[in-house]
Design a binder for this molecule. Structure first.
Ligand SMILES: Cc1cc2nc3c(=O)[nH]c(=O)nc-3n(C[C@H](O)[C@H](O)[C@H](O)COP(=O)(O)OP(=O)(O)OC[C@H]3O[C@@H](n4cnc5c(N)ncnc54)[C@H](O)[C@@H]3O)c2cc1C
Length: 436
């Protein structure tokens, strides 16, 4: 109902002399200081797996879209910001994008390189050609004209403005590295880098390295460092659930999903904790206390992902990886911990996670939370906002969540695409139009 009312209003606007004048002014300014383009279909921000998935779905439904990507490639998180030994943490069945399966013969946990190749083939298969090096700095719904105005800065500082009816946010939950403030950082003198810049332990061979953060990345970076003969310690400040990645040859994730079909989440949590205790022992003995809530309940309530162990725990148990408490302050090549102990280190890796960057560039009233940059409505309702605004990949459920969002968004847009296209035709006469 709302939709048709809005469309009617919009159709009227397209013939409104004031509106046409506004757009004409825009066009004039375009020619002088920046370009301004009308995008007939949805504009997608971000060419990661989520952006690719929604673009492919739209294409399948006959809706053209354009992706703007700040880096120079698709899947920049996977290509540029992950370590060499990375494999998918979750089994391949839940990491495929829609409409195209992984090749037969992929292992249960594909390597980073295999996943990247798959994504490259995916974008070729659906002929997805993002505009690279376009960083979106501002996106705002223009109430006067009833469209989104999206500003990006490209190579050489070239400013572009895109005018569109549908805006799909696909910038990811991992858009910016979280770097904690640590007293004395300037005094340390050794390497301090976020895990997104960590490639391999080779760089640190025979050195002493402290890893801060005990999520999946922190634990895996520790394992990698150990495998390169690095004296490794890990800072564990919070409680953490460590689960075996596989149980009797089956993925723990798959087992949990299967059990959830029959059992309530708290019972599945109990089963997971018993299995973990039998396979891994009491992790608290090694300084890794478990949270009060079970792993799945905690994930549902806070989004905190359990660590799926791929070997780091064995090295913690045998003392190759040392567990340390929080950092109090840094001094020259020295770390003082909150328990008063001081120790020398050559380098510090911050496996302290990521955050969404949506609040920095999207001027939106309700859909996204200003504090954490996630949709305010929890899964499965966070994918749709007002005025043709959508979010894909903010479900805290990895690639599976992104695929679910992508399908819903494409179906929703398809429903109004033909009607929209008719109403908005007059803009094509006013602004240069993007055609794929
Ligand atoms: C180490 C690691 C391992 C993981 N393993 C798994 C796994 O096994 N299974 C799983 O399901 N999930 C996993 N994840 C979660 C992972 O984030 C998602 O699977 C996936 O990459 C999310 O895709 P996305 O497209 O939503 O976000 P991203 O992959 O982060 O892509 C977002 C894109 O948006 C671009 N962008 C951001 N801001 C702007 C802007 N202002 N203008 C233009 N472009 C912009 C970025 O450059 C990026 O290319 C892992 C994450 C990490 C960090």
């Amino acid at each position: 109902m709302d939709y048709y009312y809005l469309r009617e209003l919009e159709g009227k606007k397209a013939h409104d002399p004031l509106f046409i004048e506004t757009m004409n002014n825009k066009k004039t300014s375009t020619l002088s200081d920046h370009r301004c383009l009308w995008i007939p279909g949805p504009l997608i921000i971000g060419a990661g797996p989520s952006g690719l998935a929604v673009s492919a779905y739209l294409k399948q439904k006959g809706v053209p879209s354009l992706i703007l990507e700040r880096s120079n490639c698709i899947a920049s998180l996977w290509k540029l910001k992950t370590y060499d030994r990375l494999r998918l943490h979750l089994p391949k069945q839940v990491c495929e994008l829609p409409l195209m399966s992984f090749p037969i013969g992929f292992p249960t946990y594909p390597t980073k390189q295999q996943f990247i190749e798959y994504l490259e083939n995916y974008s070729k298969n659906f002929d997805i050609r993002p505009w690279f090096n376009e960083e979106v700095k501002n996106a705002e719904f223009d109430e006067k004209v009833g469209f989104w105005r999206v500003r990006s800065v490209g190579k050489g500082g070239m400013v572009s403005e895109f005018v569109c009816r549908w805006l799909i946010v696909a910038t990811g939950e991992n858009a910016e590295a979280v770097v904690p403030e640590i007293e004395g950082v300037g005094e340390f003198g050794g390497i301090i880098k976020h895990s997104s810049f960590y490639k391999s332990g080779e760089e640190f061979r025979d050195k002493k390295v402290l890893v801060v953060g005990c999520g999946n990345s922190g634990m895996e970076v520790c394992l990698d460092l150990c495998n390169h003969d690095v004296a490794t310690s890990i800072v564990v400040r919070d409680s953490v659930h460590i689960l075996p990645r596989d149980v009797l040859g089956k993925s723990t994730f798959g087992l949990s999903m299967w059990l959830l079909k029959w059992l309530p989440v708290y019972l599945v949590d109990h089963i997971l904790l018993i299995v973990s205790w039998l396979m891994l022992g009491d992790t608290a003995r090694f300084g890794l206390d478990r949270p009060r809530l079970g792993p799945l309940q905690l994930k549902n309530m806070s989004g905190k992902t359990p660590v799926l162990d791929v070997g780091a725990l064995a090295k913690i148990k045998n003392g190759e990886i040392k567990v340390r408490p929080g950092i109090k302050r840094l001094k020259r090549k020295t770390v003082e911990f909150v328990n008063g102990r001081t120790e020398n280190f050559d380098a510090i890796i911050l496996a302290t996670g990521y955050k969404s960057n949506v609040p920095y560039w999207l001027k939106d009233k309700d859909m996204f939370c200003k504090e954490d940059g996630y949709p305010t409505k929890p899964f499965p309702n966070g994918w749709k906002g007002e005025n043709g605004l959508y979010a894909v990949g903010f479900t805290k459920r990895g690639l599976l969540g992104a695929s679910i969002d992508a399908k819903r968004i494409a179906e929703d847009i398809e429903r109004c695409w033909i009607v929209e296209a008719k109403h908005t035709t007059p803009f094509a006469l006013l602004l240069p139009q993007y055609t794929s």
